[in-house]
Design a protein around this ligand. Structure first.
Ligand SMILES: [Zn+2]
Length: 234
């Protein structure tokens, strides 16, 4: 788990390092790529190529660093997303939480080069950004086995990822955490709360040693019980 400190917020992208390649789960904000790649270096990727980028969902703080990561990678990594969020990431469907006004307001705050790169990648891409789609229950041959769990609610195509060898559940934004405790989906940015809670229920049935929330980091204690309790709230 990386700790990508962006001033007002710290994000927790996850990397998996194997003998011959590494994999990245979520990419930070527009402009985050250099800092994220520096953290990955410190974590020991060495000169391995980046094999795959797994996007848990379409939100800007998860896909924003994609253009910078791709342009820094010599080998073209596979880019995975769920079919229900694929269109938003490819620029063929609207991003569900981003009106054009909100997006342009946001892009005014980033350096010109980052804004142009973002617009070229997501608003008028020359080819699809996503070149592999996740299926619910699919076992990816990454990190010795990583299962995809479709966990809609926060977005329609949100996925969580389960790393079998370490029993680690990568939650994306299915739940946030604070001080090592799960807090559930963040209501203002979770359009379908009922579905998001159903997703937590599904996750509570997995044998989990630890979880990583993109917002709030690592949770080590009683993850399954916390997920079950949160899923009953409505
Ligand atoms: Zn997020």
């Amino acid at each position: 788990m990386l700790e990508l400190n962006l001033g007002p917020a710290t994000l927790s992208p996850v990397i998996l390092i194997e003998d011959d390649a590494w994999t990245l789960i979520d990419t930070g904000m527009p402009g985050s790529a250099p800092a994220l790649l520096e953290l990955a270096k410190q974590a020991g990727i060495g000169d391995r190529p980046l094999r795959a980028i797994l996007l848990t969902h379409q939100d800007i703080d998860h896909i924003g660093g994609l253009p910078g990561i791709l342009s820094a990678s010599e080998a073209a990594p596979l880019v995975y997303a769920h079919p229900d969020d694929e269109g938003a990431i490819n620029g063929t469907a609207p991003m569900i939480k981003m009106t054009p006004e909100r997006l342009s307001g946001f892009l005014q705050q980033v350096p010109e080069s980052v804004r142009l790169q973002f617009e070229e990648t997501f608003l008028r891409p020359s080819r699809p950004n996503v070149n592999r789609t996740f299926a619910d229950g699919e076992l990816l041959p990454i990190g010795g086995g990583l299962t995809v769990i479709h966990t809609p609610g926060h977005t329609p195509g949100h996925v969580s990822l389960y790393h079998h060898a370490s029993k680690t559940l990568i939650l994306g934004d299915a739940s946030v955490a604070r001080d090592g405790e799960l807090k559930g989906p963040n209501p203002p940015v979770t359009p379908d709360m009922e579905l998001a809670l159903e997703s937590l229920k599904k996750l509570s049935e997995i044998d989990i040693a630890q979880a990583v929330c993109y917002h709030g980091g690592l949770v080590r204690e009683g993850v399954q019980a916390q997920l079950a309790r949160l899923s009953e709230r409505s």
